[in-house]
Design a protein around this ligand. Structure first.
Ligand SMILES: CC(C)(COP(=O)(O)OP(=O)(O)OC[C@H]1O[C@@H](n2cnc3c(N)ncnc32)[C@H](O)[C@@H]1OP(=O)(O)O)[C@@H](O)C(=O)NCCC(=O)NCCS
Length: 129
């Protein structure tokens, strides 16, 4: 498989509903919850790409573009946008979706760097197979 095909096969989507316990005092998705979900989809994406145990080494930049009200559907999409030696960068986009109209809008975007490690937590080369 080519690297491009690996990237396509590792692209990961998670769909969630924003419950009241996921929100801040003004009733929109809490940033810490959003980042937990982003880490989860980045972990899955990098694992599928590397087929190794991976850990998060950096959450580089997260832009919160529009608030996400409770009751929204959110779709998280993780995609490898840089493949290094032992690390990959996963770009995560979070779309908010109106459950009644289905309209989707980019709400949050961020980049996470995930490192493949061996059993001793040492970085190990990623060789997509
Ligand atoms: C991940 C970890 C093993 C990397 O160890 P390290 O000594 O920094 O490793 P290296 O310097 O050899 O770097 C390994 C790779 O990570 C990248 N990297 C390291 N620190 C980075 C940072 N702050 N931002 C972006 N990339 C980073 C390096 O560029 C390198 O990538 P490459 O091999 O593709 O070129 C170590 O930092 C660690 O254990 N961190 C804690 C991880 C953790 O607990 N995460 C939360 C739970 S999942």
């Amino acid at each position: 498989m080519t690297v491009k095909e690996h990237i396509e096969h590792s692209r990961t989507r998670i769909t969630k509903l924003v419950f009241p316990q996921d929100t801040n005092p003004i009733g929109t998705l809490y940033g810490g919850t959003a980042m937990k979900w982003m880490d989860e989809v980045a972990f899955l994406t990098a694992t599928r790409f590397a087929r190794r145990l991976v850990v998060t080494v950096s959450m580089d930049r997260v832009d919160f573009k529009v608030p996400i009200p409770k009751g929204s559907i959110v779709e998280l999409i993780g995609e490898v946008t840089r493949a290094g030696n032992t690390s990959v960068t996963v770009t995560v986009r979070m779309l908010r979706e109106d459950p009644l109209s289905g309209d989707q809008e980019l709400a949050i975007q961020g980049e996470l760097v995930m490192v493949a490690v061996d059993d001793s937590m040492r970085p190990i080369k990623i060789v997509p197979e």
